[in-house]
Write a protein that binds this ligand. Structure first.
Ligand SMILES: Cc1cc2nc3c(=O)[nH]c(=O)nc-3n(C[C@H](O)[C@H](O)[C@H](O)COP(=O)(O)O)c2cc1C
Length: 212
């Protein structure tokens, strides 16, 4: 397997959809290894209340994929109108067809991994509380995907299934009253050799020195 530097991993962990290898099994031990790496991520007050529900049973994968597809079918579709020359325009077009591919093949991906946190978002939650809740699991979720990349595995950060969070909880026995799901990623070996850094908007649109 290629040896990647931290820079390589950070700049080439792409949303993998078409290049997920649907035919090659991924051993559970490798998934566990990625979870162990992910657990080095920070969490508020070091609570370590994140969790990863790793689904490999084909019947359950099909049921999760159905909920994902149902959510897409029922969603209001919005395409953003980017200016001519903005890198996000062509990327958006590619995203549409890659997204359709993923929906179509989701049930065939060897593992579907749902990131969770053992806290419930109250309706009165202020921004600090929300930042702490999501901020205590998203870094671990992203670390999971980086760890996967370093091991020749492809992932894709998704939130689509969350429209049916309760149904997913019922399906997988996740205690809905105590645990919030924050995302799901397919996990499979990727086909082909490597990935490149993606086009991004100019850094000076993002970097603010001293003042906005
Ligand atoms: C919060 C969040 C939600 C996302 N939800 C989905 C999703 O539901 N389905 C999907 O196919 N991709 C989803 N993505 C992946 C993005 O489309 C992808 O990261 C983006 O197009 C950039 O591609 P790249 O990561 O390969 O550069 C999501 C990404 C993030 C960060």
């Amino acid at each position: 397997m290629e040896q990647l530097s931290a820079h390589d991993v950070l700049t080439t962990t792409r949303a993998v959809r078409r290049r997920l290898d649907l035919t090659r099994p991924v051993p559970r031990a490798l998934v566990e290894e990625c979870v162990e790496v992910a657990m080095q991520a920070p969490s508020g007050s070091n609570r370590q209340d994140y969790g990863f529900v790793c689904v490999s049973d084909p019947v359950l994968r099909t049921a999760v994929a159905d909920l994902y597809e149902r959510s897409h079918a029922n969603a209001v579709k919005t395409l953003i109108d980017y200016d001519q020359g903005d890198v996000r325009g062509p990327a958006q077009d590619r995203l549409q067809s890659a997204g359709a591919y993923l929906r179509e093949h989701l049930a065939e991906v060897p593992w579907l991994v749902i990131a969770t946190i053992r806290r419930k978002r109250s309706d009165q939650a202020d921004n600090r509380e929300l930042a702490s809740l999501y901020g205590s699991v998203m870094p671990a979720f992203w670390s999971f995907m980086l760890a996967a990349r370093a091991r020749g595995l492809g992932t894709c950060f998704t939130t689509r299934h969350l429209t049916y969070e309760q149904e997913t909880a019922d399906l997988l026995g996740i205690p809905f009253d105590e645990v919030t799901q924050v995302g799901m990623t397919p996990l499979a070996y990727f086909t082909g050799t490597g990935f490149k850094p993606a086009g991004r908007i100019p850094v000076d649109e993002v970097f603010h020195h001293d003042r906005w």
